[in-house]
Design a protein around this ligand. Structure first.
Ligand code: CAO
Length: 434
């Protein structure tokens, strides 16, 4: 009843808004329709954007009112006098809109008021976005956004009544990029296949062993956060092997079984003393701090049925080669029987991962974070090596040194390998450390 009374009180009239005289614009394309049926418009609100070969222009509303019927669509071609839309106007509405327009034109009295207006504008703009209504911006700004592939309706304008300016487009792009990179950092994209394994045959799903599960976090973290580089090289261990295999027990006369790995540990420690950056950690990179270690705890990767474990040979610098050889056996047995203290997996200088007893030559070991380097050892092979113009049969040990490029440069790594090769070679004093 009240609504009927209202309708009776207002005198309604329809007004047509046509393409005005806009100079050289003739038979030009409508590239945007910025209003829709039922939407209230005020004088100067942009209605459509038209674009010629040279430039684009917004056609503004010439009346206040409510859009009754939009007569054109994107892609239409228009010239002066073509009907854009009809606007429904009541006297009362016209009066209100006029008053509102006048109020908004008034300068804000103080800073508080300016902020209040800005807030209201932002809210209005958000609502506008949700309702999929068009944004207010100049043709130049619209063109700018279009060229950058930005949907202008997603931008919140900072100007009066939410009008979008070029800076808003720039800010929108940089905040979108930041948001995207934040997401990438927080959560690596999980690839979901459209097929499942069972689509191709019978499968069995098993629980991942606990040790592998624990190690996977460390390995993935190391691989994704440390810039790894691996230098490959070969050490001539002919004399070392002759010496190692000649060792006998002084009481029984039997051959002493000492693993080549024990020699490698000792040689590595000598190189670590010469190249202290390989015995460091940079887990406080944000503050630019490097931890230099004055101890020599060499990690050894041990293959166990439960997964890979890395116990340490503590203070390897103070231990003899035969002692290290025995300790290697003890700690690997403890790992395989799960009889080792968890603490033994932490606090290392550098790790050795040896596939020498199994096979293979070069590989790319993953650094055992928070260490900064790891030495991969392959299976030693007899090879023909050209020495002073003559081929000689030598026993060559493949080395794969991975290092954190943030702290160690390639040249330093090559020098480290040279030193290590020297330490494993014929002139080394390892014989003294037996
Ligand atoms: N070249 C040639 N022969 C080698 C060698 C090398 N680099 N290293 C060891 N060998 C020989 C040993 O002399 C031994 O021979 P004998 O039986 O004739 O004496 C044989 O290979 C077996 O050695 P081993 O593997 O039992 O002992 P080790 O000291 O070399 O290794 C350990 C100990 C714990 C490292 C080893 O058992 C192991 O687990 N290796 C796997 C490590 C691994 O998985 N690394 C990969 C990590 S990345 O996923």
């Amino acid at each position: 009843m009240a609504a009927n009374q209202c309708q009776l009180n207002y005198k309604m009239s329809d007004k047509e808004i046509k393409v005005p005289n806009i100079g050289e614009f003739k038979d030009v394309e409508v590239i945007e329709v910025l209003v829709s049926n039922g939407q209230p418009v005020s004088i100067n609100d942009p209605l459509i954007t038209i674009e010629s070969d040279k430039s684009s222009v917004e056609i503004p509303a010439s009346f206040n009112g409510k859009v009754k019927s939009v007569k054109i669509k994107v892609g239409d071609r228009v010239s002066e006098g073509d009907l854009i839309l009809t606007v429904e106007q009541s006297e009362e509405e016209e009066k209100n809109i006029e008053q509102k327009t006048i109020k908004e034109e008034e300068p804000a009295a103080n800073k508080d008021q300016v902020e209040k207006v800005a807030k209201i504008n932002q809210t209005q703009n958000l609502i506008k976005k949700d309702n999929s209504e068009a944004s207010s911006a100049s043709p130049k700004v619209r063109k700018f956004a279009r060229e950058l592939g930005v949907n202008i309706n997603e931008i919140i304008g900072s100007e009066r009544r939410g009008r979008i300016v070029e800076d808003d487009v720039k800010n929108f792009i940089s905040s979108t990029i930041n948001k995207a990179s934040d997401k990438t950092e927080a959560q690596p994209k999980k690839i979901v296949s459209e097929f499942s394994h069972s689509d191709f045959g019978e499968i069995e799903v098993k629980d991942m062993p606990r040790v592998k599960k624990l190690a996977s976090t460390y390995l993935a973290n190391s691989w994704t956060t440390i810039p790894h580089v691996t230098n490959h090289d070969e050490a001539d261990i002919t004399e070392m092997e002759d010496f190692r295999t000649s060792l006998t027990d002084m009481y029984t006369g039997e051959r002493k079984k000492i693993t080549p790995l024990a020699f490698i540990v000792k040689a590595l420690v000598a190189s670590l003393k010469k190249f202290p950056s390989f015995n460091s950690s940079i887990d406080d990179i944000e503050n630019g701090k490097i931890t230099m270690k004055n101890y020599f705890h060499v990690g050894i990767a041990v293959d166990t049925p439960h997964g890979l474990m890395v116990p340490k040979i503590r203070n390897a610098d103070n231990k003899s080669i035969s002692y290290i050889s025995n300790e290697l056996k003890t700690v690997s047995d403890q790992c395989r029987n799960l009889k080792i203290d968890k603490k033994e997996f932490f606090g290392g200088s550098m790790t050795i991962t040896s596939l020498g007893g199994i096979g293979g030559s070069f590989f790319t070991p993953i650094i055992n974070y928070p260490e900064v380097a790891i030495l991969g050892v392959g299976k030693a092979q007899k090879k023909q090596i050209l020495i002073n113009g003559k081929f000689e049969t030598r026993t060559m040990l493949p080395l794969s040194l991975s290092y954190d490029h943030r702290i160690i440069d390639g040249a330093e790594a090559a020098r480290f390998n040279n030193d290590l090769k020297e330490n494993l070679g014929k002139n080394f004093a390892y014989k003294l450390a037996i």
